[in-house]
Design a protein around this ligand. Sequence first.
Ligand SMILES: Cc1cc2nc3c(=O)[nH]c(=O)nc-3n(C[C@H](O)[C@H](O)[C@H](O)COP(=O)(O)O)c2cc1C
Length: 355
Amino acid sequence: MSRDVLLKILDLARWAPSGDNTQPWRFEIVSDNHIAIHGHDTRDGVIYDFDGYASQMAHGALLETLRLAASRFGMSAEWAIRTGQPDNAPIYDITLRSSGTGEDVLVQFIESRCVQRRPMRMTPLCSEQKAALCEAVGDAYSLIFFESLKDRLGVAKLLWRNAYLRLTCPEAYEVHRHIIEWGVRFSADRIPDQAVGVDPLTAKLMRWVMQSWGRVNFFNHFLFGTIAPRIQLDFLPALACAAHVLIKPKHPLNRLEDRVTAGMAMQRLWLTASRLGLHLQPEMTPVIFRWYVQDGREISGKASINEGAMSLAERFEYLASANRQSGFSFFCRVGTSERPSARSVRKELPNLMMR
Ligand SMILES: Cc1cc2nc3c(=O)[nH]c(=O)nc-3n(C[C@H](O)[C@H](O)[C@H](O)COP(=O)(O)O)c2cc1C
């Protein structure tokens, strides 16, 4: 295979999603049929990257996207985790071979798939759409749909409480302050403020308030500062969608490989949603906070956040008819809507190549 084709495959694969658009990977072309993906994670500075799980799921999304991209050039792509690497710096070796099969139907959605954080239509999913989403994740996972108004209201209340924890947690503030790029529609390495899902006035206020934790804290305590963002970012969008979808792995996500595979299923679900004309927004904070609770770990130095997370994990389990041991890998809402006018884009390919 020519280097040119490998670069084209990587150029398409880089459109895979990652938490907060961190793109925790670098690419190396080792030979004409061997690509190495050097992964990393953000667990040291980002409370949402619990033990690197979210980054590892993004690695899975990248590997799946790369496999699909290879099909455009009549190739298969098999991956293996290189042994001897630590979990926080995994290397994935990809072998490309001629497959003789055609382009996968999902390839054309790789670049257009994106997050929709604004309210969507409430038109219910039809049985064909639900069956296609179930088929997309495969037999190792089951899907739970929260569709009725009562179910969506249950999720809306969960997200409302969850957002209070997110917005009042000093460790989360450190993350939020770095991931938003202000005053733009497109961001190559973060989330543009216009894709966050708030109106322009709230965005302006958020930008001013988020300049210091002192301002955030004051605003939250004395001026009901969490109310406007929670209504716009959590409560209303949770009602304004066709359904929330929870991916439940049938086996625990104990090993790096399990989290990577769960990320592949996430990306197939997302691309399939795009193929069905649906938009999607991940709603991962309750899942991630529950990973902390399941592991008996603290999220914050603030006791009220940790207590709140325990009670939310219980509520989530009640809504999903699950118990504390059940695995949840991905939670999102789906529905139809206009295409978002603002979105995260990606770092250019040369900036993602190993030096
Ligand atoms: C593992 C993972 C978790 C994510 N969690 C959230 C989330 O909780 N809320 C949200 O709005 N977006 C979430 N996202 C979406 C990312 O922010 C988004 O994919 C990234 O900014 C790139 O934007 P794009 O998907 O529009 O291309 C998540 C993505 C991944 C892969």
